[in-house]
Design a binder for this molecule. Structure first.
Ligand SMILES: [Zn+2]
Length: 406
């Protein structure tokens, strides 16, 4: 087994943190000056690891090994949320580079092919998973016209940062054996369970629905209670009844969120004539998602039949199915975890979305998690223990060597 250089990994991560550093966090949205400066630095780091490094036509930083395949693609994303932590994505990118450079330095692994990547726009500043979708050929012309909140499109941003004419890196079927990614958990389960490593079984599926309430708008003083068709009352009652039904259907990791709601016209002296709320739910099992979707529609029909307000439910966008990680690649991660931290690893679904979700339709994928302190992420307070950072990278390196040696 090749030992990675933990101090070098931590030093590199702290340097990457400097691009867009804001307090204890990082503000490095895709195609910002800080993001592009970080990408140029990452390209340099990949080149220094002996890889043929480029920034491609959508901003992916790709380091292609000069060794013959089969190759593993290893990486994560280097962009952040509008207010991001220093490890979300950055951890996995620096792990990939550390694996590549430690393999190159050791005679027993110097012939193995590791292609490293820092994906572009995983966080969806312009278009969700821009870089990984480009890699698997799933990017449409409409995606290139997608804009950030300032109204700049992907095409305009690529022009501005000088990448308009750069070639795009893509999946090579004869070469790329699979994809590995290390990431922080971004939740509390590993820490609460006293585990050092999580091996991801699947990335949860997600559905988003809108529930509409149609009543009768009227005067809040002159309309007797018995005559009212108050859409607001129906909305609150629906949400309370839904909670009881979803608790009965939920699996151990089901989550649901009513993240937005509105009463129309939204005035103190008007009985709301209509109302709506959003409902998002996630689970690793499509059957659970089906059951929840059916329950949401059933409750709407039930309340419409009871009256006096009509309730209807519909999907807000396409269903995102759960993405299964490769059983074969997971086996290598589990063996590596058991060797490095015996008994202190666990298999778990990822409750957050990742590039592997996009890639898994094209090549086998697996992910390894390390604990997030207090389960906090997408926040300046996001952090992990140095020991966990180094252990996560080491498990990744051991698994990569084991996969490539067959
Ligand atoms: Zn991330």
């Amino acid at each position: 087994m090749v030992d990675i250089d933990g101090e070098r990994l931590l030093t590199s991560l702290r340097t990457l943190r400097g691009f867009g550093a804001t307090g204890s966090g990082v503000v490095r949205p895709t195609f910002s000056d800080a993001d592009m400066a970080a990408r140029r630095w990452l390209r340099h780091q990949m080149a220094a690891a002996g890889l043929d490094a480029t920034i491609d036509g959508v901003g992916n930083v790709f380091g292609r090994s000069r060794n013959h395949g089969p190759a593993l693609v290893i990486g994560s994303h280097s962009d952040t949320q509008p207010e991001g932590g220093w490890l979300d994505g950055a951890f996995g990118v620096m792990c990939a580079i550390e694996v590549a450079r430690s393999f190159a330095e050791d005679a027993t692994t110097a012939g193995l092919a590791i292609d490293t990547v820092a994906w572009s726009d995983e966080e969806g500043t312009y278009a969700d998973f821009l870089g990984s979708r480009s890699f698997v050929g799933a990017l449409s012309a409409a995606d290139i016209r997608r804009a950030n909140t300032a109204g700049e499109t992907v095409a305009e941003a690529l022009e501005r940062v000088g990448l308009r004419d750069a070639a795009r890196v893509g999946f090579e079927s004869g070469r790329h054996l699979g994809y590995l990614e290390a990431h922080i958990e971004q939740g509390p389960r590993l820490e609460e369970g006293g585990r050092r490593i999580g091996v991801v079984t699947s990335i949860v599926g997600m559905r988003a629905m809108q529930i509409m309430f149609t009543g009768q708008q009227n005067h809040a003083g002159t309309t007797p209670m018995v005559r009212r068709r108050d859409a607001g009352v129906a909305l609150f009652e629906y949400c309370v009844r839904l909670r009881a039904r979803l608790e009965a259907l939920a699996g151990p990791t089901t989550v649901w969120t009513i993240g937005n709601a509105r009463l129309e016209p939204g005035a103190e002296s008007i009985v709301p004539g209509s109302a709506w709320c959003s409902l998002q739910f996630r689970d690793p099992d499509d059957h659970v998602l089906d059951a929840i979707e059916a329950a949401v529609a059933h409750l709407a029909a039930e309340m419409t039949a009871e009256g006096p307000v009509e309730v209807s439910a519909s999907l807000r966008r396409d269903r995102v199915p759960p993405a299964e990680m490769s059983v074969e690649l997971r086996r290598h991660l589990i063996a590596a975890a058991e060797a490095r931290v015996p008994g202190a690893w666990v298999e778990m679904p990822s409750a957050a979305a990742h590039d592997a979700m996009v890639l898994t339709g094209t090549l086998p994928c697996a992910m390894v998690f390390i604990p997030s302190i207090d389960g906090i992420s997408h926040d300046f307070a996001e952090d992990s223990d140095d020991d966990d950072i180094v252990t996560g990278c080491q498990v990744l390196a051991d698994a990569a060597a084991s996969v490539l040696r067959g």
